[in-house]
Write a protein that binds this ligand. Structure first.
Ligand code: FES
Ligand code: FE
Length: 388
């Protein structure tokens, strides 16, 4: 008989692990609650240092309904400020990127230093009306890990990334992402809850049936075995967990291109042609504020999610090559992004159709296979813990 209602028994709930209930994928109220319980508790990928080469270069991005401005300061350190003027709350930066000497509010022209401190208030001198030092912008913590800029909105200091990612030092030294540059980025607006996007990015159960060009170069069964192995290694404690490795290539493939041939003549870090022949890969995944960096001998890419509303998510896909590589000479942009972009476009269809079904009043959470979808299993378990 077809199932028209939830036939799960108490016994099932004890022995089978289920997806979250519908409201977690559709409710704006839960999306708001995630701000305190998830987004503000851990590091969020913001950008790569090559995107802000000069003092005063800034870029603004949105995360969970907030706008965060990352800037290279006068001392060449990176700072992050919320895009909210301390006077009346006016939106400080209108442009998504630019270069400034200070942030000057368009409403009454209060000026803030790049580090967020208050610099000048027209007609109200420091100490006469109030102490400037008390009225800086709300800042976020910033840490740069091998060229990747992360921010954190938590009030209290959280564990430094250098400690969290200590096990990845060897890999980072090998691929040296700090000596690369952004070649191109794409921002996909997906009609799906951020957890559906993360779920899709964390399992490869769907790959064989949906990603022809990916399966031509990536060893999908091998990757699925790797994912199980990475998860067995991690502790599962604390607010986050990590996946640890790259997307392994099929035998004989040199890079993640449509035909598996090299994408860029200039190899990353300390890699040699021997590493290329061996299909060298590496990777680091941050959860629950999801980002995943996958490294190959000649390029690397990063995907990062940016929750927008209960049913909308931005996904930023960025591709990097060695800092001295020249487009048209050493690499071709079309070849660089082809497999990743194809795969993401295919994924976006899967995500949006899933969300459509989840919006239905007939949606019921299905079982998660801990063997074939182990990362999802882990993600949902951690999410439940974080949300209390
Ligand atoms: Fe920014 Fe008044 S709101 S200066
Ligand atoms: Fe996919």
């Amino acid at each position: 008989m077809p199932s028209t209602t939830d036939l799960r028994t108490r016994e099932d709930e004890k022995t089978i692990f289920f997806l979250l209930d519908q409201e977690y994928y559709t409710s704006q109220e839960i999306f708001e609650r995630e701000h305190d319980r998830i987004y503000t508790r851990d590091w969020i990928y913001a950008a790569h240092v090559s995107q802000l080469p000069r003092k005063g270069d800034y870029l603004m991005f949105r995360y969970g309904g907030e706008e965060i401005v990352v800037v290279r300061g006068d001392d060449d350190q990176f700072y992050a400020n919320l895009n909210v003027c301390r006077h009346r709350g006016y939106r400080l930066c209108e442009e998504e990127k630019g270069n400034v000497r200070s942030f000057v509010c368009g409403y009454h022209q209060w000026a803030f230093n790049l580090d967020g401190s208050l610099k000048r208030v027209p007609q109200m001198p420091d100490g006469v009306y109030f102490d400037y030092c008390k009225y800086g912008l709300r800042t976020a913590q910033v840490e740069v890990w091998h060229g990747l800029i992360f921010v954190c909105l938590a009030e209290e200091k959280i564990q430094p990334l250098s400690e969290r990612l200590a096990d990845f030092e060897g890999m980072a030294a090998r691929f040296a992402p700090e000596r690369t540059k952004l070649a191109i980025e794409k921002n996909y607006l997906i009609q799906g809850n951020w957890k559906v996007v993360v779920d899709n990015a964390m399992e490869c159960y769907h790959c064989a049936g949906n990603h022809k060009s990916l399966c031509a170069v990536v060893d999908v069964p091998g990757l699925m075995a790797d994912i199980k192995h990475w998860l067995a290694d991690e502790t599962g404690d604390g607010p986050t967990n990590l996946g640890v490795g790259g997307m392994r290539l099929r035998e004989g493939m040199q890079s993640m291109s449509h035909d598996g041939s090299l994408i860029c003549e200039k190899l990353l870090g300390t890699l040699t042609m021997e590493d290329v022949e061996a299909g060298a890969t590496g990777g680091v995944m941050m959860v629950p504020n999801f980002s995943y960096s996958a490294f190959y001998a000649d390029h690397w890419w990063n995907i990062a999610i940016r929750p927008k509303s209960a049913t909308e998510t931005e996904l930023l896909y960025s591709w990097f090559v060695r800092e001295d590589a020249v487009e048209g000479e050493d690499y071709d942009i079309g070849k660089l992004i082809e497999v990743g972009d194809n795969t993401q476009v295919e994924d976006n269809v899967l995500i949006e159709r899933t969300q459509r079904g989840m919006n239905s009043r007939y949606f019921l959470p299905g079982p998660i296979g801990s063997d074939v979808e182990p990362a999802l299993y882990d993600f949902v378990a951690n999410y439940r813990k974080n949300m209390g």
